[in-house]
Write a protein that binds this ligand. Sequence first.
Ligand code: NI
Length: 212
Amino acid sequence: MRHSVLSAVLASGLAAASAAHSSDALAADSGYGAGDLFTRFGVAKVSPKNDNGTLLSGAVEVDVQSDSAAAFTLGYRFTDKLGVELLAAERFEHAIELNGDTQASTKHLPPTLTLQYYPLGGTQARVQPYAGIGVNYTLFSDEKVAGATLELEDSWGAAGQVGVDLLIDEHWALNAAAWYLDIDADATIGGSDAGTVDIDPVVVMGGISYRF
Ligand code: NI
């Protein structure tokens, strides 16, 4: 996690918000819903499932470790109750245990697009939960392993999401969100097919939402 990036994002968000806010500070708290363009930002932790499969016909047990990084989303509400959101982040870097020893690592970017349902959208409720389903595309890079070349192929998979905004005013909310990503990456070692690494992480993000 790079704190400098996160603080820069927070600072620019706060500056933009206070500029926007001074003009409409007295506006009534308006509906949370149709037409909102929004961003959510904070720190996300990617926790792969415990057992990530085996490579080389069962000879090598794979265990991918967790990592945290700054993350943000961009989204739009088509209607009070329906929206889309794209999750983006810094690259996450995961240590990989092979047969119990940390011998490898990989970096990845997991952009994820979800179609979302907001059951209380368009109401005055200050607690606004949502759920979404969509797709994840994971780009792996910089795999490192002692003594051999490990490559993980980019993967497409399904994604699910739940989250909640706790509205502070017409722009700001506290946010907590979680995604489940189905990431099954084909692996090669030294150029030969070695099997599939089943990462399937839960991504948990805590932070702030801002509606424009
Ligand atoms: Ni999977």
